[in-house]
Structure formats: structure tokens, C-alpha cells
Design a protein around this ligand. Structure first.
Ligand SMILES: NC(=O)c1ccc[n+]([C@@H]2O[C@H](COP(=O)([O-])OP(=O)(O)OC[C@H]3O[C@@H](n4cnc5c(N)ncnc54)[C@H](OP(=O)(O)O)[C@@H]3O)[C@@H](O)[C@H]2O)c1
Length: 276
């Protein structure tokens, strides 16, 4: 049966790689969104009867409403929503520019929620659907200078874990993908940064100033990450709730979660002492 995929942020990185795989698949329709349609020329080589390109800035409610109208007038529905669009921000917490932080929340958290809210009624009507949210390894563990970025992705985790409970009986699944650093534009043109100036934080200056190097040096291969996401959706009946990808995500999340469990257990008597 043909599945219709909607993927946000398909101009580069994971979104572009996943859109390419979906565009090649005989059993899939693709709705690929970007802020600039010129960035989607790479899709011209595939069967255009199965592809819609749409201009969507996830912070723009009018564009998202138009997207949903276009979907209803074409493929009719969405079976797989991939909330991929996102940006980064590198700074110590204290030196972060709150306007830039708020914008990142608008894109990474509220943008994701804006798109999901527009698509959920279609999935509820058909009593099926898959929502894939691009979270991050940094939603399962943390690093200095990535605090507010982590905060957006921890927000995505809390949002997704709750949504999953609310839609479980409606045939809708929600999977969070938590990649480690990967070779995309995320740490380059898709991120803002503020290099530490306060003497107490100068130890972090090098890591912030060299951050765009990870566009080339990060261990994660976006093609492999896109293929894992595609394979999960097309082969698994029950998707994992969390999918950490890469060594940092796997080891970092396990270590962080084990430490958290151990600390919570150690303080059991205190925790249980506050209910009367
Ligand atoms: N790469 C990593 O190391 C890594 C690790 C973990 C998680 N992630 C997450 O993975 C997702 C994809 O990022 P990526 O690594 O593939 O980076 P990327 O190559 O920079 O792709 C980001 C995409 O998001 C789009 N975007 C940015 N702001 C947008 C907005 N306001 N509205 C709509 N689209 C917007 C960009 O479009 P434009 O071309 O218009 O800017 C681009 O298509 C993000 O959510 C990111 O946080 C990345």
C-alpha cells in the first residue's frame, strides 16, 4: 500500500537524504518542504506524480495551513510525518543571547508542534499514522555550551512522550530519533553561536569556535541515519519510542540514564517521604 510521507527541512542534511530515499521508493508519495524551493531541485530527477514540494517555514502558521490544504487536495492525507527541521545554538548558558534562544525554541519546539497539530486530525481520521521527531543525543545526555539546544530537544522528548500516550489508542505511533553528531549543515549554517568571553568560561571557547568543523568531522553519516529511519518505518510494526543513533548517543544516554536511576534509587526513602 502506498504511504505518503511529509518531511520538513528537506533542503539539506537528514531531511534531504530521507527525502531522496522516499522519492525513489515505488510505494511512497513524498511531500518535501523547504523554506526555499530552489533547494529542492535535486528531487526533479524522480517521478513528479508522487512528489509535492512545498514552501514551509515551521514558524509560519499561514504556510503550514496552506501545506495542509495542499495535502488534502492532492494525496489526501499523511501516513508518516517526519519533523526534521531544526537549528543549533552554541554558547554557555550565562552568555546565551535570549532572543536567539527564543527563536531556536520557535523552530525546534513550537515549529514541530505547529506542523504536528495540522497533520494530527488527518491521522486521527484514518486511525493510523507515524510521527518521527528528530530529537538529539543531547536530549538524553548533555554537554557544556549546548545547554539551550539540549533544552529544546528535552522539550521535544517530553512533548513526544506525552503525545505518544494520548494517541496510542488511535493507531498513531510516535518515535523520537536521537542522533549523535553527524555531517550535515546543522553545526554550520543552521546554527548560531556565542563564543565565551567571561574568564570563568574561556575553557569552552575552543569548542564553540571550532564547532562548524563538525560539518566535516562528525562521525555520523546522514545517509546511514536516513536509511535507518526509513527502514524502521517500512519494516517495523511497532516502532521504538527512542532511537539513539551513533556511539555518543548510545553510550552517553545509557551512562546518563544509569546514573540517574542509581541516584534516584539511592534517595528512595527521601523521595517517598513527602506524601502524607
Ligand atoms: N547533524 C547533527 O549533528 C544532529 C544531531 C542530532 C540531531 N540533529 C537534528 O536533526 C535535524 C536535521 O538537522 P540536520 O543535521 O540535517 O541539519 P541541516 O542540514 O542544517 O538541516 C536542517 C534543516 O532544517 C531547516 N530549517 C531550519 N530552520 C527552519 C525553519 N524555520 N523552518 C523550516 N525549516 C527550517 C533547514 O532549512 P534551510 O535550508 O531553509 O535553512 C534545513 O533543511 C534538526 O532537528 C537537528 O537539530 C542534528
Amino acid at each position: 500500500m502506498t504511504k505518503t510521507w511529509l518531511i520538513t527541512g528537506t533542503s539539506s542534511g537528514f531531511g534531504k537524504e530521507l527525502a531522496t530515499i522516499v522519492a525513489k521508493d515505488e510505494d511512497a508519495n513524498l511531500i518535501a518542504t523547504a523554506r526555499n524551493l530552489n533547494d529542492l531541485k535535486y528531487l526533479d530527477q524522480f517521478d513528479q506524480t508522487k512528489i509535492i514540494k512545498s514552501v514551509v517555514d515551521v514558524t509560519n502558521l499561514d504556510e503550514i495551513k496552506k501545506l495542509s490544504d495542499d495535502i488534502k487536495n492532492s494525496f489526501g492525507t499523511v501516513d508518516v510525518l517526519v519533523n526534521n527541521a531544526g537549528i543549533g545554538y552554541f554558547s554557555t548558558i550565562e552568555e546565551s543571547d535570549m532572543e536567539q534562544v527564543r527563536y531556536m525554541f520557535d523552530v525546534n519546539v513550537f515549529g514541530l508542534a505547529n506542523v504536528t497539530n495540522e497533520i494530527l486530525p488527518m491521522m486521527r481520521d484514518q486511525k493510523s499514522g507515524v510521527i518521527i521527531n528528530l530529537s538529539s543525543a543531547l536530549a538524553l545526555t548533555t554537554l557544556p555550551t549546548m545547554g539551550f539546544y539540549s533544552a529544546t530537544k528535552y522539550a521535544v522528548e517530553g512533548y513526544s512522550d506525552t503525545l505518544r500516550q494520548e494517541v496510542a489508542k488511535l493507531g498513531i505511533q510516535v518515535m523520537n530519533v536521537e542522533p549523535s553528531g553527524a555531517r550535515t549543515e546543522w553545526s554550520g549554517r543552521s546554527s548560531m553561536k556565542s563564543i565565551p568571553k567571561i574568564a570563568d568560561y574561556l575553557q569552552f571557547s575552543d569548542s564553540v569556535s571550532s564547532v562548524s568543523d563538525s560539518v566535516h568531522d562528525a562521525p555520523g553519516d546522514p545517509k546511514l541515519i536516513a536509511k535507518v529511519i526509513f527502514d524502521q518505518v517500512t519494516t517495523k510494526k511497532n516502532l521504538p519510542k527512542h532511537l539513539p543513533l551513533g556511539e555518543f548517543a548510545y553510550n552517553g544516554s545509557l551512562s546518563n540514564l544509569k546514573n540517574m536511576v542509581s541516584e534516584i534509587e539511592k534517595n528512595q526513602s527521601i523521595s517517598l517521604s513527602t506524601d502524607d
